[in-house]
Design a protein around this ligand. Sequence first.
Ligand SMILES: [Zn+2]
Length: 290
Amino acid sequence: MRPEARGAIMIVDVHSHAWQYPDHFSEEFRLQARRARAGVEVDLTVHYEEYRDQATDETKTIVFGGKAKLSGLWVDDRYVARYVESDPGHLIGFLSVDPTQEGWDREMREGHLELGLRGMKLLPMYAGFRPDAEPLNPFWEYAESHNLPVLLHTGTTFISRAPLDVTFPRWLDPVAMRFPDVKVILAHLGHPYEHECVAVIRKHPNLYSDISGLHYRPLQLYHSLMLVQEYGVWDKILFGSDYPFTTVKATLDGLRQLNTMLEGTSFPRLDEEEMEAMIHRDSLMILGLE
Ligand SMILES: [Zn+2]
C-alpha cells in the first residue's frame, strides 16, 4: 500500500456488511452465492479484526446488514447496532428494511430512533420490489424529512429468484425527480449496467455511486471508470469495499493496478489524480454524516 494511504489521509468505505454467516442466510442463498465466483463458495464470515487489519488506520466505515425475505437474507438491525457499538469511532451503521414485509415502517423508525442508525439500506432485487414503486413513497419521505442517506443495491446477482427487472439504475431517476434532496448511493456502479448508472447519476445532483465489489473484474472496471471519466462524473463516485466479499486493501490495490493493464497499448489511461481524489473523498460530509 502506498504511504499516503496509511495514516493521516482519511478513507471512507461507504459499503461494508455486518452479519453472522451462515446463520443470517438461507441454505439456497448460500448455495447460489457460489455463482459470485464461478462455482467457488465464498466464505462470507465477517471478522472485524481482519477488516481493520486490511484497512488504513483512518478508514471510516459505513456498515449494514440487509433484509430480503425473497432471497433468504435477514439481518436484524440490533445486530448491526451492536457491531457499531464495538468501534463507534470508526463505524457508522445503516438500518435495513424489506418493504415487501409487514412492519417494515416500524422497523425503519426503530432502527433510526431507538438504535441510532444513521442511514438506510435497500435490496430491491433481492427482496423483489422497484424502488420507485408507489408503496415506497413513505420510505423516501422519511429519508427526506430526517436527512437519512440511502444506499441501495443496483446491478446483477447470483440469486435465481431475484428479478433483474427491478434492479436497473433507471428506477432511481423517478425517485430523484420526486425526492431530489435525498442523498442516494447506487451500489456497484450498477454492474453490468454501468452505462445506465452513469446516465442517472450525472443528471441528479444527489445521486452517487460506489465502486465496491468490482475490482476483481479488472477489465470491466477499467471500462466502467472510462465511462465515468468520459461522462465527467468522477465527483459522483464514492469509495467502498463490499467487505466481506473483498477488503479495503484489495480494493485499493485493484484500483491502482488498472492502468498497468494498458502498458504496451495506446488505450486512454484512467486519470490517477481523479482516482486518488475518489479514494480519499469525504463521503461522510457528502452524505451529511459528520
Ligand atoms: Zn454489498
